[in-house]
Design a protein. Structure first.
Lengths: 371, 199
């Protein structure tokens, strides 16, 4: 298996959040928490960093094992298969519907007469080609493209700074402390990148860097989220009843340097298309590697084509943009909370308890032997 | 044989994609579009709107630089702005494109009635730019559009683009864009404003 370094791993986790912020995630955050969005993100970000550190601690006793191996340790092959399939379904369904959502936006903006099938097919073909190459190819291209995407968001922030109304941060608690801090905990669903932390340990060149990767990637994710949401919060009032097209795209339309540099949104969209291609290739690679573990297949190349077709087919299931946006804003967040946070951490805690009991038993028998 | 099959397959896939994307290409082709420079909205009978579209009129290559083209203004009556756009698209050979629309003019009468519905329609249109200016005309919007004949600017689109720029050095005119107007419309502590003009 191709091993990845610290920077590549952090970039990989960040890619997940970048693709989600391009679509409706920032709008949902703004609509739910209003002027307290930034405060909520700081609060949720701190909790997410604590969770990622907790995940690192739980993984400490299982170096170079991922969550599928750990499930096998707890419940044998049955649990291993169940957990593996749950994570494959989560990765494939969430990425397919996200892809559909993004393709719908592209269709509205640039290809009004083209059937959505062909736009999705273009991404799936790119996915097939990249995944037939080695994993390092998609990881390296991600390392090149992601910084450009991050710079583009920073650029978006600074070019719109003249339009900012910082007073929009008030009232600080938005719709109240209960909404911001208690109901706001559901916003942990924005940190879907945590799911990939569960599969990173066996992929790392140097396992000792896992702690750094966990903390830095989630910290960077929080900062990125704060940056994007702040940009939108300071420029716009609220996104209620406004265009359902990507909110960041709407923000790019405000960038103007005199009458010469205008309409830079196409450039931003190009960057986002590239980062989307990277995202689905990473998701596909993770899904293939999980299935490889479950089935002990030596050659994964035929599987890649099957996963490409699966993503393509699932992306075609929703009837329209409203269905995909419903998934994005109402279901995805809870999927992350249930599968990634509750199930994932639950398995890790359970595995640690078993490991602790095993160690206790060994210590007791050793003591008896010594006596 | 395998290589041949692969090459033929790639060729067929490319052909299919070319044909699939050609329809979008031709619909967005500059030859098939007509660009709207300004939209004028007046009130009409039975709560209808009288919507006027000011089209770009390129100066023929053989005409002299001082020759000013006559404005092309089409007016339709419809229940909403979207219906008006559809109506014009229905009888005009070319598809309407609002991506170069610089000015949206509302008559004073309709402004008193409230223009939030029209603003929502326009802001949700992906072609309209947030930098388009909003004018409230004391006279009829269509009459205003007919009267716009800048003396020192030959290109009308440029005039529409730069006339609000004077807000940077003169205090008599604000730079009231549809983006700012919409933001203020949704803000509890702001008041939307527009440029007041008349002829």
């Amino acid at each position: 298996m191709t091993k990845i370094g610290q920077v590549e791993a952090i970039m990989l986790i960040l890619t997940i959040i970048v693709t989600h912020t391009v679509l409706s995630m920032p709008t949902d955050i703004l609509n739910n928490y209003k002027s307290a969005s930034i405060l909520n993100l700081i609060y949720v970000g701190i909790i997410a960093i604590i969770i990622s550190y907790f995940i690192y601690k739980l993984f400490k006793k299982f170096p170079s094992m991922d969550i599928v191996d750990i499930s096998e340790f707890i419940g044998g092959k049955i649990l291993k298969n169940i957990i593996g399939i749950i994570f494959i379904c989560y990765f494939i369904i969430s990425s397919s519907l996200l892809l559909r959502n993004f393709c719908e936006s592209i269709q509205i903006l640039y290809f009004p007469m083209t059937d959505i099938t062909f736009i999705i097919a273009l991404f799936v073909i790119a996915l097939g080609i990249v995944n037939n190459l080695s994993f390092s190819a998609s990881i390296k291209s991600n390392v090149i493209i992601l910084p450009i995407a991050l710079i583009s968001v920073v650029f978006l922030f600074f070019t719109n700074i003249g339009r900012f109304v910082p007073e929009r941060i008030f009232p600080l608690l938005g719709e109240g402390a209960y909404n911001t801090f208690i109901l706001g905990l559901t916003n942990l669903g924005s940190f879907g990148g945590i799911a990939y932390l569960y599969f990173l340990p066996p992929m790392l060149k140097d396992y000792s860097k896992f702690k750094k990767i966990c903390i830095i990637s989630i910290l960077a994710t929080s900062l990125y989220l704060i940056f994007t949401v702040a940009t939108l919060l300071f420029i716009f009032t609220f996104f209620t009843n406004v265009s359902e097209i990507s909110p960041l795209y709407t923000a790019t339309r405000y960038i103007e340097f005199g009458s010469f540099f205008q309409r830079l949104e196409s450039l931003f969209l190009l960057i986002w298309i590239l980062i989307f291609a990277c995202y689905i290739s990473i998701v596909c690679k993770f899904s293939v590697s999980i299935l490889k573990k479950l089935t002990n297949i030596s050659d994964t190349k035929p599987l890649i084509n099957i996963f490409c077709l699966l993503i393509f087919t699932i992306a075609l299931i929703p009837k329209n943009l409203a269905v995909t946006q419903f998934f994005e804003s109402s279901i995805y967040k809870y999927l992350v909370l249930i599968i990634v946070l509750l199930l994932g951490i639950g398995i890790l805690i359970f595995a640690n308890i078993i490991k602790y009991r095993q160690r206790l038993k060994v210590n007791v028998t050793e003591k008896r032997l010594n006596v | 044989m395998n290589k041949w099959f692969k090459n033929i397959f790639i060729f067929v896939v490319i052909l299919v994609f070319i044909s699939a994307f050609s329809s979008s290409y031709s619909s967005l082709n500059i030859d098939n579009l007509t660009y709207v420079l300004a939209i004028g909205i007046d009130s009409s009978d039975n709560n209808n709107l009288e919507v006027s579209f000011h089209f770009s009129n390129p100066i023929p290559a053989e005409s002299s630089a001082n020759e000013k083209p006559n404005p092309i203004i089409n007016t339709v009556t419809a229940s909403s702005l979207s219906n008006a756009i559809n109506l014009v698209n229905g009888y005009q050979g070319r598809q309407l494109n609002l991506s170069h629309c610089k000015v949206i003019i509302f008559s004073e009468e309709i402004a008193y009635r409230g223009i939030s519905d029209e603003i929502y329609t326009l802001i949700n249109d992906t072609q309209i730019r947030p930098s388009a200016n909003i004018i409230i005309s004391k006279c009829n919007a269509k009459f205003y559009m007919n009267q716009v004949k800048p003396e020192i600017e030959n290109i009308l689109s440029k005039y529409y683009e730069i006339f609000a720029e004077s807000s940077k050095y003169v205090g008599h005119i604000p730079n009231a864009t549809i983006g700012d107007f919409f933001n203020s419309l949704n803000c509890n502590t702001c008041e939307p404003y527009a440029i007041l003009r008349w002829y």
